[in-house]
Write a protein that binds this ligand. Sequence first.
Ligand code: NAI
Length: 348
Amino acid sequence: MISSFHMEPEQLIELDDQASGLRGFIVIHSTALGPAAGGCRLWAYDDDAAALTDARRLAEGMTYKNAMAGLPLGGGKAVIMRPAGDFDRPALFRAFGRAVDRLDGRYVTAEDVGTKVADMQDIAAETGFVAGLAKQAERAGGDPSPWTALGVFEAMKHAVHHAHNCDLRGLTVAVQGVGNVGAGLCALLSEAGAKLIVADVDPHRCKHVSDRLGARIVDVGDVLAVEADIVAPCALGGVLTPAVVGAMSARIICGAANNQLSSPEMAAEIAARGIVYAPDYVANAGGIINVSAEYLGEEACQVRDRVMAIGPRMADILKEADLAGLSPAMIADRQAHRIVANAPALVR
Ligand code: NAI
C-alpha cells in the first residue's frame, strides 16, 4: 500500500501470449476521472504474485498522482515480466499493444522503468492508446524528464518558502541520483543559487554534474545523512526508512523518486521529527503531465502552465498539513481521494 488510504482496483488483466513470451498484468485502478493512464514496466520479477503486487501498487499511485495533477485521467499500470534470456523485443511489445487495444481505451500506456520510446513505437503499431512517442513540432511529447525536474524544483521552492520564508539562494541541496531527472534538477538549483551535493552509483554521472555545476560528490551511503538544508531523492523508491530519517540533518525532503516512504507510517514519523516532506507523487507529476498532453494532442506550452502549478499546489498541501496537525502525505492522499470520490458528479 503506498498511501494512507486504499481503494481496490476496477479491473485486473492477465497478459499471457506464448508466441511472443508476453507474461504480466495490466491493472486498471480507477477510471473515475478518465482513461486509466500509467506506464508499462519491464522487470525481472520472481513470480506472478510479485509482478501483480507491483502493478497494483503502482496503478493505485497513478490514480492519486493524476488526480492531484488535475489531469482528466484515471490510474493504471502495466508490468511485463522480463523473459529469461534473449527474446524478440518488438514481438513482445506488439503483443502487449494488442492487449492494450482490446481494452478499448480504458487503459493508456507509456514508458516506465525498463521501457523506451522504441517500445512505445512497437506498441503504437497495434494501438492508439499509447503515449511517450517521439515529439512532433509544437505538440507536447518527447522526454518527460525535464518536466519532472521542473515540477520538483517548483515544489522545492514552495516548500522552502513554507518552512523558512526564503528562496533557494545559498541553501545546500543533497541530490541522490543524478540521472535524467536528478541532473536536470541540479541545473535548475544551480541557476537559482543553491549549493549542490550529489551521489550516484554511476561515478561518471556525478563527475559530469560536478564538472558542470561545481557540485560536491559524496558516497551513495552518505548522501541522505549529509549536512544539508534539503535532500532530493531522485534514484529509487523506499529510501525514507526509520534509520535514514533518524540520521537526516536536512529539514526538507523533496525529490522525484516514486514511493519514497518505506511505509505509509513514515510520513507521520518524518513530520514528528520536524522535517517537511513534499509528497512525491505531487512533486514528480511533471512527467505524466507531459505524457497526458501528448496523448490528448495538446500544445507544449500547456504543459508548462500545468507543471508550474505544482508549486502552489504543494504550498497548499503544506499549509493544510500544518493547520490540521497531519503529515503532508496524509493531506495529499486525502485531497486525491476527495477528487476521485467526487469525480462522477463532476465528470460523468
Ligand atoms: P534515471 O535512471 O535516469 O536516473 C536514476 C539515477 O539514479 C541513475 O543515474 C542511477 O545510476 C542512480 N542510482 C541508482 N541507484 C542509486 C543509489 N542507490 N544511490 C544513488 N544513485 C543511484 O531515472 P530518472 O528518469 O532520472 O528518474 C529518477 C527517479 O524519478 C526514479 O525513481 C523514477 O521512477 C522517478 N520519476 C521519473 C520521472 C521521469 O520523468 N523520468 C517521472 C516521475 C518519477
